[in-house]
Ligand binder design. Structure first.
Ligand code: ADP
Length: 488
């Protein structure tokens, strides 16, 4: 199929005039039977890629996705687009329906699985009986991720792919520096040469990048209230602590009268879903969230993403700020940093290992899971899959070293004087083609002067009386350390 035919299908079947960067190259690779790793920024249309292939190639498209809400959203979108035979196989499905579905896989065209579900032996055996046109691993960076919230079943996907005789595979992610890309390809059992990597720049020229150093928590809160009030629009504020996310949401809504809600994994699934929907439908202005919020959020008018706490890595930061300005309009990513903030991601990244004796006793069924401590489940995963205690210790020691390095890189971003955009590009091994006039600010930058000028890479909302540029200007007057407008 040549490019002209592919463009025709895009117009006729999907109603789009042109492919977005990265889409066509990925589709062509997959249609020719090549595996692909597509590293495309949030909002660039990754879903279209597998829908397109699913439309052309006969057989089942299997999508592995880490979040129920993400799967549900994709299922709804595919059904709305007129596709039939779309379903998700998840813990939400009652056992009888699940059984029924898995016994009739050939009735489906798109099936979504969690990593835990697809690594089940019975599911794999059933999948072996059907013709699979494509396996999609969404949010593929999770394969290479780490931390107490890591989903170890991602590591078993390699065996699943082998059992399924390595069907054509599409790995999708918004953020993967070369090191992570190589790691995830290897962990999924592919040779480097067997995967075509399609990479678009992580740079988002319409997002103004800012860091503000503050002296204390109190100053952070004061600044936050001022920013949110002055800024208006929809925004996400990220916290590393569930408690603080909840407390700050309450406080902000009292202080500002705005509609603010918390979102984190400690809130039950139904409420989380409700909050997400309220935000999507503009019934909430601000979300105070932990990193649990955002994957797959397809809201295009998020005007700012503020980090109250430093995230655990530059990859995580880029992923989270990528939720701002998806409509191409000017948006803001602001990191508030106060000395010592790096301790929190370090603390959260730490996994306390029990002694080798305890691990051995667990392996010999002499001790319960709980005896493995706070990170019991992740440690048990390795022990249950045949790892020896000394191998587990070695792995965790290496991971801890990597965690410290990642937090160190984030700390450099927060505290050094260099250009934010350049630092992110360097981290991802990219050359910056150009820098927008509204580039970044680390307290002292001359952004005010630049804001007077028409800006490249910036679309201004001309219908809006409060022009977006003047809002940004206000905002940074307010956010600047030396500002004398703090009480205005
Ligand atoms: P991602 O998964 O990369 O974050 P999505 O797949 O959610 O992005 O797509 C973001 C939006 O872009 C969706 O509303 C989708 O319909 C739209 N989109 C996808 N491809 C195109 C295209 N070629 N032209 C215009 N819009 C597109």
């Amino acid at each position: 199929m040549d490019d002209r035919e592919l463009h025709q299908i895009l117009k006729k079947e999907f109603g789009y005039q042109r492919f977005r960067p990265g889409q066509l190259a990925t589709i062509k690779a997959l249609l020719s039977g090549q595996n692909a790793l597509s590293i495309l920024p949030t909002g660039s249309g990754k879903t279209l890629i597998y829908q397109f292939v699913g439309r052309i190639k006969p057989g089942l498209v299997v999508v592995v996705s880490p979040l129920l809400s993400l799967m549900q959203d994709q299922v709804n979108r595919l059904r709305l687009a007129g596709n039939s035979g779309v379903a998700m196989v998840s813990s939400l499905l009652d056992p009888v329906s699940r059984h029924e579905l898995i016994n009739h896989l050939d009735h489906y065209h798109y099936l979504f699985f969690s990593p835990e579900m697809i690594t089940n032996d019975w599911v794999v055996n059933q999948l072996r009986r059907v013709n699979i046109s494509l396996v999609v691993i969404d949010e593929a960076h999770c394969v290479s991720a780490w931390g107490p919230d890591f989903r170890p079943h991602y590591l078993l996907l390699r065996q699943v792919m082998l059992a399924l005789h390595q069907p054509t595979t599409l790995m999708l992610t918004a953020t993967a520096p070369p090191r992570v890309a190589a790691d995830l390809v290897a962990k999924l059992g592919f040779a480097d040469a067997a995967v075509q990597i399609i990479r678009q720049s992580v740079d988002r020229p319409n997002i103004f990048l800012a860091v503000r150093q503050v002296a204390s928590e109190q100053e952070k809160l004061t600044k936050l209230r001022q920013l949110v009030t002055r800024y208006g629009g929809r925004g996400i504020i990220y916290f590393s602590s569930r408690k603080l996310a909840t407390k700050t949401a309450e406080w902000l809504s009292q202080e500002t009268g705005m509609s603010v809600a918390p979102y984190h994994a400690g809130i039950d699934a139904v409420d989380r879903y409700r909050i997400q929907q309220q935000f999507m439908n503009d019934r909430l202005q601000v979300i105070c969230a932990t990193s649990a919020f955002g994957m797959g959020i397809d809201k295009d008018d998020v005007r700012y993403v503020i980090h109250y706490h430093m995230p655990k890595s530059i990859e995580a930061y880029v992923q989270e700020i990528g939720r701002a300005g998806r409509n191409g309009q000017a948006a803001l990513a602001l990191l508030l940093y106060s000395p010592g903030d790096e301790q929190l991601p370090l603390m959260l990244g730490q996994v306390k290992l029990p002694s080798d004796d305890v691990m051995t006793a667990y392996q010999q069924h002499q001790l319960e899971l709980a005896s493995l401590g706070d990170s019991a489940e992740i440690i048990a995963f390795y022990l249950d899959h045949g790892w020896q205690p000394n191998q587990v210790r070695h792995l965790f020691t290496n991971r801890w070293r990597a965690t410290k390095q990642q937090v160190g890189q984030m700390l450099t971003y927060a505290t050094s004087s260099g250009c934010c955009r350049q630092q992110i590009a360097d981290h991802f091994g990219e050359q910056l083609a150009s820098r927008p006039l509204l580039c970044c600010s680390k307290d002292q930058a001359d952004w005010q002067k630049k804001l007077q000028l028409p800006s490249a890479g910036m679309q201004v909302d001309h219908d809006n009386k409060f022009s977006w540029q003047s809002r940004l200007r206000d905002l940074f007057n307010l956010a600047s350390k030396s500002s004398d407008h703090l009480d205005s």
